[in-house]
Design a binder for this molecule. Structure first.
Ligand code: URA
Length: 193
């Protein structure tokens, strides 16, 4: 059977491949434009996301919205998902086993959306989607061609809330993302040009 977002979501709703399924209040499947050319991938839901069933709706999400706005994007133009779709207790990092078991869902989601550009939000997304020894402090803002898609990583918005000194570098990285979008999928900006 052909895969579809509805089918995939239903499968995830029923998932207990790892223990996060037992403690989630809501699955956080993903949000945004299912035909987006640009996809953002975070780490895993926090408390607000778990309560609302949507990615990046807490304080880090507010900052992500501001970051998108800086480069003339919003949630209608991009798709947002996470490495794990259920909240890790007390917001700890998802365990390797949890990441591994959830990655197949994200891979299918990426295949269905088929974005030209993937922006990893933070180290954990970059280690799963770019390279397992990815160093966010050294490699943020660099571009990698992964399975036909342009991929980059920037600091996670939560890291930018904790450490404002990282913001100027992230501003540069966001400019780089805008340039890359203009170069490979300029239609994203058809309404701002
Ligand atoms: N942090 C993430 O990595 N993802 C979310 O959805 C929210 C906070």
């Amino acid at each position: 059977m052909d895969d579809s977002m509805e089918y995939l979501r239903e499968e995830c709703e029923k998932c207990y491949r790892c223990d996060l399924g037992k403690t989630r209040r809501n699955l956080v499947f993903g949000d945004g434009n299912e035909h987006a050319r640009v996809m953002f991938v975070g780490e895993g839901p926090g408390e607000q996301e778990d309560l609302q069933g949507l990615p990046f709706v807490g304080p880090a999400g507010k900052l992500l919205d501001d970051m998108l706005e800086m480069i003339d994007l919003d949630r209608t133009k991009v798709y947002i998902a996470n490495i794990v779709k259920c909240r890790p207790p007390r917001n700890r990092d998802p365990l390797y086993q949890e990441q591994d078991r959830c990655m197949d869902y994200l891979e299918r989601q990426i295949a269905l959306i088929d974005p030209a550009i993937i922006v990893c939000l933070g180290r954990i997304a970059a280690m799963n989607l770019i390279r397992d020894n990815f160093r966010i402090t050294r490699e943020h803002g660099m571009w990698y061609q992964i399975r036909g898609r342009s991929c980059t990583a920037i600091y996670h918005p939560s890291a930018l809330l904790r450490d404002v000194s990282k913001r100027p570098e992230t501003f540069e990285d966001l400019r780089g993302i805008r340039q890359q979008i203009r170069a490979i999928c300029p239609e994203v900006y058809a309404d701002v040009d």
